[in-house]
Design a protein around this ligand. Structure first.
Ligand code: 13P
Ligand code: SF4
Length: 304
């Protein structure tokens, strides 16, 4: 099948199965184009919590589809590429977190949504990169165990100095790769450009930024800004909509290394196969799901 035929078949299957396609903004351009909703982790979770479609095709990585299933257990959630995981989410287990809780019994636990259902189930509340500061500030305890992203956790600690944040040393392999010297170099190359970075970047890179935000916050900022040139410090997938929605502006990727191989696994063919065969359905153990749901619901209540 060529691309046009694949797109047509997917649209037909979507109607037959009452399915919706949601895609993270790090997905390849073709996948973003066929998706009904494109967004960051928070926007997609909010969408999945309230959608009426019977089937959600989640074009992203495993923890995202799992979060959709936790929030909408009555729906069928398909992950077109089952091998699309998040290395950061795999950097902590529920057992690791239980040990950390024993060491800090007085602390509340905030877990980044980039984590397994089991880790969420051990946590008091979830956060995403767009609401981490708000979530941390909303917690009554001064001591907060923050897992698994040390970079997002450090940024939250800087923005909420009244809190004592205890970090787990996980990181995003894609964003953490970028060093301050590289950011400095590209700033010198484009001195009139504004630097927008994701808080999964290293602390030293975040310190050089003009604006720090989630994927959606970065794209919203660039669209609303009066500036014309932007250096983008997050995964290259965001360039698709940035360029399409702002044809009069210029965008430079902070580094060619800003590419997440797991986010690039999903293709039109894998979406078609998943929908046709209704395969790669995500399941979550009910006891774990109920506990993880509490942490996600608390986040959504505070954020909405
Ligand atoms: P956001 O979707 O919150 O911007 O997070 C980026 C990310 O790395 C998702 O895996
Ligand atoms: Fe995980 Fe980073 Fe890829 Fe997001 S970009 S899925 S945090 S490895």
């Amino acid at each position: 099948m060529n691309k046009g035929e694949l797109v047509e078949k997917i649209q037909e299957l979507k109607r037959q199965k009452n399915a919706v396609i949601v895609a993270h903004s790090y997905q390849i351009d073709d996948v973003q184009e066929i998706a009904d909703v494109v967004g960051d982790s928070l926007a997609l979770s909010q969408y999945c919590a309230r959608t009426d479609y019977e089937v959600i095709v989640f074009c992203g990585v495993h923890f995202m589809a799992e979060s959709a299933k936790i929030l909408s257990p009555e729906k069928i959630v398909l992950l077109p590429e089952l091998q699309a995981g998040c290395p950061m989410a795999d950097m902590i287990t529920a057992e690791d977190l239980r040990k950390m809780k024993e060491q800090h019994p007085q602390a509340a636990v905030v877990c980044y949504i980039n984590s397994s259902a089991e880790v969420k189930a051990e946590s008091d509340i979830c956060c995403t990169s767009s609401n981490a500061i708000k979530i941390v500030k909303s917690i009554k305890e001064k001591d907060i165990v923050f897992v698994p992203d040390m970079n997002l956790g450090s940024y939250a600690a800087k923005m909420a100095p009244e809190k004592n944040i205890i970090l787990w040393e996980g990181f995003c392999v894609t964003h953490h790769r970028i060093k301050a010297a590289e950011a400095q170099r590209i700033k010198e190359l484009h001195p009139d450009a504004v630097l927008l970075v994701h808080p999964e970047c290293r602390k030293e890179v975040v310190e050089l930024a003009d604006f720090v935000g989630s994927t959606k916050q970065i794209t919203d900022y660039a669209s609303a800004s009066e500036h014309r040139k932007f250096i983008i410090g997050t995964e290259m997938g965001v360039m698709h909509h940035l360029k399409k929605d702002n044809p009069d502006k210029e965008f430079y990727l902070l580094s060619p290394g800003l590419i997440c191989p797991n986010m690039k696994k999903t293709s039109l063919k894998s979406i078609y196969d998943a929908l046709y065969e209704m395969k790669n359905q995500i399941e979550v153990d009910e006891e774990v799901r109920l506990k993880a749901r509490r942490a996600l619901d608390r986040m959504l209540e505070i954020t909405i």
